[in-house]
Design a protein around this ligand. Structure first.
Ligand code: SAH
Length: 352
């Protein structure tokens, strides 16, 4: 069977044009838009204020390719991981992270990943395809529902830190952010959204030009090209100088400081000289540092830096005037922590 087009790929204007074309009044297009984006319905028949004939017309031409939850695990610390099936039977994962007042959704932007960072489990999955913007949006809707069910509060923050590289699927990421923050969508402030990138410098500049008003996190992980290149192959084509210049451009355009993510790998990037070099980078662009606890991925290649080493690294950064926080790992017992998303929740092939 040939797949029909997802009606959500039409923006509001295209929807209005379509309604004119099929001889329906434009206010109906607005109603459909509301059902799709604000009320998140999954079937045309749920659009109860539309005449049956209109629903049938839509059904004949379109479908709604909603994500389906096929796995759910809850960690001892309250973190929950969802496995989502997309229309072509691939799966991606999203994570709900409750912490104090914050209720954060961590969402994926691609099926698999092409970056091959040596310390990340998602690197084991081949990159299959980009997620469509409504597939990214759906993850937010479903994680928001889960937040309400489990904790009685809606999402407060969204981070693009799940599977995939957002800046290699920029158009869809941008469109999803626009819908998430639109009053015609979820109406969440873009200030509550963080896009994390491995450092595709061209796209960082593009995002600065597009004035998306989100927060930017950069997976830095090492302060020299030599060390970074050894653990992140992308550094070969997106070297530190270009990335830092792009971050400076981001800061100049948006006035918001980027955050450097820095996974602490014992004996690899965690000595005090590394901290000094990292502080030098922070002098080139006003920025903050998040020191991330390494989550084992099962290959034994790396070890987490000890608590003492991490604290010494943090203190050195602070001594040099840099704001640094240590990010404790969450959801590790269910492979939901940073770098652990690898579709291991028993999902594979068609038999889900
Ligand atoms: N591709 C984007 C989005 C992924 S975000 C990016 O690279 O930023 C996931 C974050 O977790 C990144 O900072 C990533 O480098 C980090 N990470 C990957 N593997 C990890 C691991 N094993 N332990 C801790 N953090 C890890």
């Amino acid at each position: 069977m040939i797949n029909k087009q997802d009606i959500r790929s039409l923006g509001e204007e295209a929807l209005i044009a379509l309604f004119a074309q099929i001889g329906e009044p434009s206010f109906r297009a607005k109603q459909v838009h509301e059902w799709l984006w604000q009320k998140g319905v999954r079937q045309f028949e749920q659009m109860t204020n539309l005449p049956k004939t209109t629903r049938k017309k839509l059904e004949a031409r379109f479908e709604i390719r909603s994500l389906v939850i096929v796995a759910q695990q809850v960690s001892l610390d309250g973190t929950a991981k969802l496995g989502f099936r997309v229309f072509d039977n691939e799966t991606v994962e999203g994570v709900l992270i409750p912490k104090g007042e914050r209720m954060t959704a961590c969402i994926s932007s691609q099926v698999g990943c092409s970056l091959n960072c040596k310390f990340c489990a998602t690197a084991l999955l081949p990159r299959k395809r980009n997620l469509d913007f409504f597939e990214i949006y759906d993850q937010v809707v479903l994680l928001n529902q889960l937040a309400l069910e489990m904790y009685g509060v809606p999402l407060s923050n969204i981070v693009f830190m799940g599977m995939g590289e957002p800046m290699l699927n920029y158009i869809n990421v941008k469109r999803s952010i626009e819908m998430i923050s639109s009053p015609l969508g979820l109406g969440m402030s873009p200030k509550r959204i963080t896009v994390s990138t491995v450092g595709i410098w061209k796209m960082i500049r593009r995002m600065a030009d597009d004035a998306l008003r989100v927060n930017l996190a950069i997976s830095l992980h090492a302060p020299t090209n030599e060390k970074r290149g050894a653990i992140m192959p992308i550094n070969e084509t997106n070297g530190l100088d270009e990335v830092i210049d792009a971050l400076a451009y981001w800061y100049e355009k948006t006035g918001t400081r980027p955050t450097h993510e820095y996974v602490m790998l014992q004996g690899v990037n965690d000595n005090l000289d590394d901290a000094k070099l990292l502080a030098d980078i922070c002098k080139r662009v006003p920025s903050k540092v998040n020191l991330i606890e390494y989550n084992p991925t099962g290959d034994g290649l790396f070890e987490r830096s000890s608590g003492n080493r991490t604290m010494a690294f943090k203190r050195e950064l602070e001594r040099l005037g840099v704001i640094a926080n240590v990010r404790k790992s969450r959801g590790r017992d269910i492979d939901a922590a940073c770098g652990q998303l690898a579709n291991k929740s028993g999902l594979s092939g068609q038999d889900r």
